[in-house]
Ligand binder design. Structure first.
Ligand SMILES: NC(=O)c1ccc[n+]([C@@H]2O[C@H](COP(=O)([O-])OP(=O)(O)OC[C@H]3O[C@@H](n4cnc5c(N)ncnc54)[C@H](O)[C@@H]3O)[C@@H](O)[C@H]2O)c1
Ligand SMILES: [Zn+2]
Length: 371
């Protein structure tokens, strides 16, 4: 079934059409043809092309679209200035003009890189996301954040550039490593816990089917997440009003743990730990009841995500509490050395808190690290 969501970004006349459905990957050519592109450049990485490349290539061929493909090595290391320079070189060689379209076909690494290359080519050409990971579908493909890493930090260079079209096909997810699948679910828990209590209940009732990628359940999962994220993004497309900052629930401590672990844990695993920690702080600071905090932790565990470092198992050695605290103080969103937290008032309602004492943050970090 084809379903359609639209984000209208006021003022700057951007609309993102979001299509979710089993088999949509095979209709990518038709969706793209509706944009009447002069040229299409598919940007992808080796893993994804090896697994899914033929299906998308067939779809683009059947739509008779003029198409070129740029491939880079999979992995975070490719989110670099060197890849952007190579992409721009490629755009120039194949004559990508202002009516051309860049298609990001892959996970969050691909959409961040391809989106940034599109944002900066001829001061911005259209781009389309065809995400192939759960992290990509639930988070990275919607919202217009694009960018690359520097040695000094992740995502330091970037631009807001909203995709004109996002095509999500649950069938892309079948080949995903189970650990990557679970990690992506952390962002779904985040959306549910912050914005939609009924969606929390839905996760609780369907945890087994979610983990098994049951097709109808996966479609509901993707569609509801797309609705939530696109609703928040439409309300605050360029992260100016604070609404969008609520999407950082679990990310303040999560990012600090991710960095202190030397990136030995998946982003989603760190977000799960960060959400468990934020719930502890919320009980002290924003009126979340202990029972609701426990409910969030149970949900995290039921989706086989860690709520303590011990549950993350042997994936990483110890993570030093002081190292996490130092990173919290230097967080790019910190105000005068105090990290800004998203806290829960209750499940489905969150707030921003700037005055959280370091002692509360430390207690929560120690608790999830098992110190
Ligand atoms: N722009 C945003 O709003 C936003 C939001 C969240 C994350 N991100 C960024 O996204 C990146 C993480 O995204 P990710 O988790 O998708 O990582 P990723 O793109 O590195 O993909 C993870 C792994 O899965 C493989 N893979 C991709 N699709 C597959 C498939 N269908 N089957 C089998 N293997 C497949 C990839 O080759 C890779 O090894 C980070 O760089 C993060 O900063 C951006
Ligand atoms: Zn995240």
């Amino acid at each position: 079934m084809t379903r359609d969501l639209e984000i209208r970004v006021s003022g700057r006349s951007v609309a993102t059409r979001i299509v979710v459905g089993c088999g949509e990957m095979d209709r990518a050519g038709t969706w793209l043809a509706s944009l009447s592109p002069s040229t299409c450049v598919v940007v992808s990485e080796r893993n994804v092309l090896a697994i899914l490349g033929d299906r998308v290539a067939r779809s683009l061929r059947s739509a008779d679209l003029p198409c070129e493909t740029f491939t880079f090595a999979e992995g975070e290391a490719s989110k670099s200035g060197a890849t952007i320079a190579a992409l721009h070189e490629f755009f120039s060689r194949v004559g990508l003009d202002r009516r051309g379209v860049v298609i990001a076909f892959g996970g969050g690494v691909v959409s961040d890189v391809a989106g940034f290359a599109a944002a900066t080519w001829m001061r911005g050409v259209r781009h389309v996301n065809v995400p192939t990971t759960l992290e990509g579908m639930i988070d990275a493909s919607i919202g217009g954040k694009t960018g690359i890493n520097l040695p000094a930090g992740k995502n330091l260079v970037g631009a807001f550039h909203h995709p004109v079209l996002v095509v999500m096909d649950p069938q892309c997810l079948g080949s995903l490593a189970p650990r990557d699948l679970r990690a992506g679910l952390a962002e779904s828990v985040k959306h549910a816990v912050v914005f939609d209590e009924a969606f929390v209940t839905w996760h609780e009732e369907n945890a087994g089917e979610i983990l098994a990628l049951d097709p109808p359940v996966t479609e509901v999962l993707l569609r509801r997440n797309a609705e939530i994220k696109s609703g928040v993004v439409s309300a605050d497309p360029y992260e100016e009003t604070g609404v969008r900052a609520l999407l950082n629930f679990g990310h303040t401590i999560g990012h600090a743990i991710e960095s202190a672990s030397g990136y030995g844990l998946r982003h989603g695993e760190c977000v799960a730990l960060g959400m468990a920690a934020a719930c502890r702080i919320s009980v002290r600071r924003s009126g979340l009841s202990p029972a609701e905090a426990e409910r969030v932790v149970r949900l995290i565990r039921s989706l086989e995500l860690p709520s303590t470092l011990g549950e993350a198992g042997a994936k990483v050695g110890g993570v030093d509490v002081d190292a996490v605290m130092a990173r919290l103080a230097s967080d790019k969103k910190a105000v005068q050395g105090r990290a800004r937290f998203v806290l829960l008032e209750q499940i489905g309602r969150a707030c921003l808190a700037e005055g959280v004492p370091a002692s509360d943050a430390r207690e929560a970090v120690e608790s999830v690290l098992g110190v």
